[in-house]
Design a protein around this ligand. Structure first.
Ligand SMILES: *[C@@H]1O[C@H](CO)[C@@H](O)[C@H](O)[C@H]1NC(C)=O
Ligand SMILES: *[C@@H]1O[C@H](CO)[C@@H](O)[C@H](O)[C@H]1NC(C)=O
Ligand SMILES: *[C@@H]1O[C@H](CO)[C@@H](O)[C@H](O)[C@H]1NC(C)=O
Ligand SMILES: *[C@@H]1O[C@H](CO)[C@@H](O)[C@H](O)[C@H]1NC(C)=O
Length: 506
């Protein structure tokens, strides 16, 4: 798209926005899980739906509903929080009502989760009659509360006392749900486990990818105290070539087993895993080797051994007199904090930005966060290093003549034409310049990083794809003809976009 087009589309969007607020400017999915029990955390970690700022999400998922195993029907797990009856807090309704202010949102209901276990889902999925009862109850529930769809969080088919036949039955369940949803236009998604054996035994990925609208990959909990040794919660790469426990391994496995990239949504943790070293005097920490105790420590708000929300972790990095020391672990592309025998492996703005870039480079549909209620929603922290890897790559690109040619072909705008807002690659004094997000002391630092990193990663990929094309077709003639026809297409596309935005098609 050229500069004029951007102006037209943005201008049209602003002129029709009225009372409602717009979502992200990029076109990728940002799926936000909301843990409804976060309301029971002590202040300032207590998170209510009034604290939820959904502008940077495209999808909200209310977590979790459960399964009544006698009737095989979906049920609220916390009627007082979820429902309106008996002076309840009406959580379902309040979350769905966010669409009034943010019409871009899709709001769905998740069923399952770790605490629900596997057997009751295994039983329900095992017979046509029980699946039918379940599906009927789901459609009723979605109709009643005006949700946009369902997210299946069965953890996991065939595992945790599930049965071998769950793999096939899960496909049947998904297929029958998707057929029942069709008349209503409901979306059907599922959260899938990212470990090698889970992916191998629990899921027929090719078939699931056919019937599900989106696949939310739970690319976290790769390591924890259960290993007996230190490890990263969500490493981008494994500790060696044979290590299957990494984001890259999971994504490559899915892509080579029939999952469409545009349906795949990469899960990002807004939390870390905590460890206590067996030998507090350990000098050099080695992931996969350094022994740890069988339980980790708790965070002050979430109160669960071995787990800490990003909002609990980041305040330690801000506190000058805190004993915690920050480290960057290169191999996993994640940070950790250490205070003597205590270690926290987690994700911050920098590691999140790296994973976002990875998702965009792989052509995935977008990213998901577990969960938005442990982002720094109060704005107590400063994320300062989030883009240092983008800056490094930009330095290498900046003086490359092929990059300059690509920039010219793509009509990268001059900084004087695009105003001062937003992160972007722009021209400044004829140089390719990376304009970072204006640093601001803001809440939802990780959500903000995701939003900005998606835009930057999309622009960076566009430039580097053009570089590849230039390097690839050095000898191809008639370059000008191609350019001509693609710019005609670009103008048509621009017209269509502008009209669609004016008529509020999204
Ligand atoms: C399951 O549903 C039945 C029928 O509505 C109800 O009587 C029963 O209490 C429910 N069981 C649970 C555990 O919610
Ligand atoms: C990886 O696995 C191969 C085959 O099992 C083995 O020969 C090799 O030593 C392993 N490499 C590492 C780093 O563990
Ligand atoms: C900073 O850390 C010190 C040492 O642990 C602690 O006493 C103090 O309360 C912390 N300050 C804040 C604002 O959390
Ligand atoms: C956060 O960063 C900004 C800009 O660097 C700075 O002005 C502000 O004092 C920082 N806030 C905290 C709490 O350190």
């Amino acid at each position: 798209m050229n500069v004029l087009c951007v102006f037209l589309v943005v201008g049209a969007a602003m002129s029709v926005s009225g009372q409602t607020l717009a979502g992200p400017k990029h076109d990728r999915k940002v799926v936000c899980y909301v843990a409804s029990w976060a309301v029971y955390r002590p202040d300032p970690g207590r998170f209510t739906l009034e604290d939820l700022e959904p502008a940077l999400c495209t999808h909200l998922i209310y977590s979790f509903a459960g399964l009544n195993e006698t009737t095989n029907t979906i049920k609220s797990l916390d009627p007082w929080q979820d429902l309106e009856t008996d002076y309840g807090k009406a959580g379902y309704k309040r979350l769905v009502n966010m669409k009034q202010k943010y019409p871009h949102l899709k709001v769905t209901l998740a069923i399952g989760g770790w605490n629900e276990g596997s057997p009751r889902y295994s039983n329900m999925a095992s017979k046509p009659e029980t699946r039918a009862a379940f599906i009927k109850s789901v459609v009723l529930m979605l109709n009643n509360y005006k949700f946009d769809g369902l997210d299946l969080d069965w953890e996991y088919p065939t595992k945790r006392e599930g049965k071998p036949y769950d793999r096939e039955n899960f496909v049947l369940l998904v297929k029958e749900l998707s057929e029942a949803f069709e008349p209503y236009g409901y979306i059907l998604t599922a959260a899938l486990g990212a470990g090698k054996t889970t992916m191998e035994t629990a899921y027929d990925l090719t078939k699931l990818s056919r019937y599900l609208d989106l696949i939310h990959m739970m690319c976290y909990d790769y390591h924890g105290t259960w290993d007996g040794v230190l490890g990263a919660n969500a490493p981008l790469k494994g500790v060696n070539d044979n290590d299957t426990l990494s984001v890259e391994w999971t994504v490559d496995y899915l892509l080579s087993h029939g999952v469409s990239p545009y349906k795949m949504v990469l899960g990002l943790p807004m939390y870390g895993r905590t460890f206590i070293l067996l030998d507090p005097a350990t000098r050099v920490l080695e992931y996969g080797k350094t022994p740890v105790g069988s339980t980790g420590f708790k965070g002050p708000y979430t109160g669960e051994a071995g787990f800490m929300g990003y909002n609990e972790i980041c305040v330690e990095t801000m506190n000058k007199s805190s004993p915690w020391v920050y480290h960057w672990h290169e191999q996993s592309s994640t940070p950790y904090l250490r205070d003597g025998e205590k270690v926290i492996s987690y994700d911050n703005g920098r590691s999140i930005a790296i994973k976002v870039k990875y998702a965009i480079d792989k052509g995935l549909g977008g990213v998901m966060v577990w969960s938005i209620d442990t982002d720094d929603f109060k704005g107590n922290c400063n994320e300062t290093d989030a883009y240092i890897d983008f800056v490094e790559r930009h330095k290498r690109m900046a003086n490359d003549p092929v990059v300059m040619k690509a920039v010219k072909n793509l009509n990268i705008p001059d900084v004087s034409l695009v105003g001062s807002k937003g992160p972007a690659y722009v021209l400044q004094d004829s140089q390719l310049t990376l304009r970072l997000p204006t640093p601001k002391y803001t809440n939802y630092a990780l959500m903000q990083t995701i939003n900005d990193a998606v835009s930057l990663a999309v622009e960076e990929k566009r430039i580097l794809d053009e570089v590849k094309r230039l390097e690839g077709d050095n000898e191809v003639k008639n370059d000008d003809d191609k350019g001509g026809s693609s710019s005609v297409k670009g103008s048509l596309m621009c017209l269509v976009l502008t009209v669609m935005v004016m008529f509020n098609f999204w």
